[in-house]
Design a protein around this ligand. Structure first.
Ligand code: CUA
Length: 356
């Protein structure tokens, strides 16, 4: 009876663990399904360090259990003290040398990987190859800007990159400290206000296909009430498609609106929104002037405000009450007083901003 109960407990514990761990398995979000060179390196280091830790725990636990049983107080031997060993050279050497060896096994690959992951020489070469892709990432409360300095284009919230090659990043923040993290692909790295951080990532094509073409990006530094909602999406494309996207973005300039309702929306936009939001990916204003996400290609985005499913209903919900969707965000203005009709027009206009 007792044994049955214990088995049942063990079974339900494993069941719960399985359910819990099943949440870790999403290929677009999981560090346990590495999707590129950097993620692979970080994953191997994780496995190595975890194995060493488990080994140490197991050995210590075995010795502990042995000692507890072997030297427990026995009936009739209450006052017996086992042989006391002090200053045993052999033992002292063993338990000094073993941790040193373990630390070396951990340190050598870690230091090597650290230097390899920090090698950003190609991006800082003054005459860098035109094919070296560099993205300037700027983190803001609570949105992301992605600027491609070599192509003269800017986008936000959706990061587009070529697959199977190194993509280099310059990372800064414009208000408080954030952290740039694409769990399945690598990172994370802080974005600071007072210095620029640099690193590179590789987006594996096969892993991209497996993830359904989109990876999830996260802010990994507590930055305010909507920190957990400060998401972005990554769309890695084969090189040729990436080049085509860049070309389309460069040619997009200002959108031409023909639909009469959308036209009305454009007027509202030009009155209320354009002070902060640009709609052309070619935005030459200095970054202090770019106080809100660039909306070029807004209709092609993965999410509304980085988090809501991309549809008209959610766009209206966001326009009506940004504070309710993302507490503490900087989108404050008079559009909260727009009539339903005006909201419809603005929505129609925003949903017409296509690049692809
Ligand atoms: Cu930005 Cu957390």
């Amino acid at each position: 009876m007792k044994k049955g109960l214990r088995n049942w407990r063990l079974f339900s514990l494993f069941g719960m663990m399985a359910l819990l761990l099943a949440g870790c398995g999403k290929p677009f979000l999981s560090t346990l399904q590495p999707a590129g060179e950097v993620a692979n390196m970080q994953y191997s280091l994780m496995l190595l360090s975890t194995s060493i830790m488990v080994l140490v725990i197991v050995v210590v636990a075995i010795i502990f259990v042995y000692v507890v049983i072997r030297f427990r107080r026995r009936k009739g031997e209450e006052n017996k003290i086992p042989k006391q060993v002090e200053g045993n050279h052999k033992l002292e050497i063993i338990w000094t040398v073993i941790p040193i060896i373990l630390l070396l096994i951990l340190a050598v690959p870690t230091v090597a990987a650290t230097f390899k992951l920090a090698d950003v020489k190609p991006m800082n070469d003054k005459n860098r190859d035109k094919d070296t892709v560099v993205v300037n990432v700027r983190a803001n409360l609570y949105w992301w800007e992605f600027e491609y300095p070599d192509y003269g284009i800017i986008t936000s919230q959706d990061l587009v990159v070529p697959t199977n090659e190194k993509v280099y990043f310059n990372l800064v923040a414009s208000d408080v400290k954030h952290s740039f993290w694409i769990p399945a692909v690598g990172g994370k790295i802080d974005t600071n206000t007072d210095n620029k951080n640099q690193f590179w990532l590789v987006f594996d094509q096969k892993a991209t296909d497996k993830a359904g073409g989109v990876f999830y990006g996260k802010c990994a530094e507590l930055c305010g009430p909507s920190h957990a909602l400060m998401d972005f999406k990554v769309r890695p494309l084969p090189r040729a498609e990436f080049d085509a996207w860049v070309e389309k973005m460069q040619k997009a300039e200002n959108p031409v609106v023909t639909d009469p309702v959308a036209k009305q929306g454009e007027e509202i936009f030009n009155k209320s929104c354009i002070g902060c939001h640009a709609v052309s990916p070619v935005d030459n204003r200095p970054e202090q002037a770019r106080t809100a996400p660039n909306l070029a290609g807004f209709a092609d985005r993965e999410r509304i405000a980085g988090i809501l499913e991309h549809n008209e209903e959610n766009l209206k919900r966001w326009l009506k009450d940004p504070e309710g969707v993302k507490p503490g965000n900087k989108m404050t203005g008079t559009y909260g007083q727009l009539t339903e009709e005006q909201l419809d027009a603005l929505t129609k206009y925003l949903m017409s901003l296509k690049v692809e």
